[in-house]
Design a protein around this ligand. Sequence first.
Ligand SMILES: Cc1cc2nc3c(=O)[nH]c(=O)nc-3n(C[C@H](O)[C@H](O)[C@H](O)COP(=O)(O)OP(=O)(O)OC[C@H]3O[C@@H](n4cnc5c(N)ncnc54)[C@H](O)[C@@H]3O)c2cc1C
Length: 278
Amino acid sequence: MDFEYSPRCMELREKLNHFMDEYIYPNERSYKDEVDRNGREKNNRWIPTKIIEDLKPIARSRGLWNLFLPKSDRAPEGLSNLDYAPLCEIMGRIPWAPEVFNCSAPDTGNMETIERYGSEEHKKQWLEPLLRGEMRSAFAMTEPDVASSDATNISTSIERVGDEYVINGTKWWTSGAGDPRCKIYILMGKTDGDAPRHSQQSMILVPSDTKGVTVVRPLSVFGYDDAPHGHCEVKFENVRVPASNMLLGEGRGFEIAQGRLGPLSKAYGASVSLSHAS
Ligand SMILES: Cc1cc2nc3c(=O)[nH]c(=O)nc-3n(C[C@H](O)[C@H](O)[C@H](O)COP(=O)(O)OP(=O)(O)OC[C@H]3O[C@@H](n4cnc5c(N)ncnc54)[C@H](O)[C@@H]3O)c2cc1C
């Protein structure tokens, strides 16, 4: 396989390196100061930073925006993984930098998921504002009560009741749930405990302001709470969402998880035909 950088990748790398030199590295200190100042003066370290919001339009105007998005109807010029990986290496040098380019986790994976598996309505309501960098999202899979590295263990229930699904369970390590702009969760839970092992799980969209959703607390990583982003414990108690919020269909959660983690950028659309992960 040829791992040489393509001319497009080289051009973007150069632009990105200039941007990092001009705007990101010199602001490392100011970013930390802004978060600390929000804590001191406003008693709230979870306020989105002005530095990132101010830099977003500049990045966008330079064509350094949504670089992660694989080729699709909404991104006909989408990059391949091979072109994108060297850009990630550059953006990833500073933890907050990827958001400036709308390339930060967990939004990138969530946007890809909605792009691939969401309905046109989901895309209008959630994907488009995410692509514009106007809101944020979270992915809720890991649970405190089970070994979640094997996601067949997850126990949050998603039960069909009439035209709705009712969700009950507790998640943790839900990255980004501490951000007030986090408007949508992609939640993985069980719809049918009697189905084959990898067909019991489903993924469903849960707006963060739905009754019964409670962000309990941010967890700490090596002693840091990662404000203003955060990795949170979130409770879902009798949370009701329309049945149309289900992605792809009941029992297809593993199939979606596989597509979410392994973007097939050049072969957009192929992932929907992947068989269940095992
Ligand atoms: C900074 C951060 C951000 C995260 N963001 C998210 C997020 O946005 N959304 C989300 O859903 N999750 C998130 N996670 C959670 C992460 O994906 C999980 O922590 C990970 O999948 C492991 O699951 P677990 O914590 O339940 O550990 P466990 O599954 O309990 O594993 C603990 C240890 O036990 C081992 N182990 C597990 N089962 C077995 C077995 N059967 N036999 C032998 N060994 C075993 C594992 O290898 C591991 O070493 C995040 C975690 C961190 C630290």
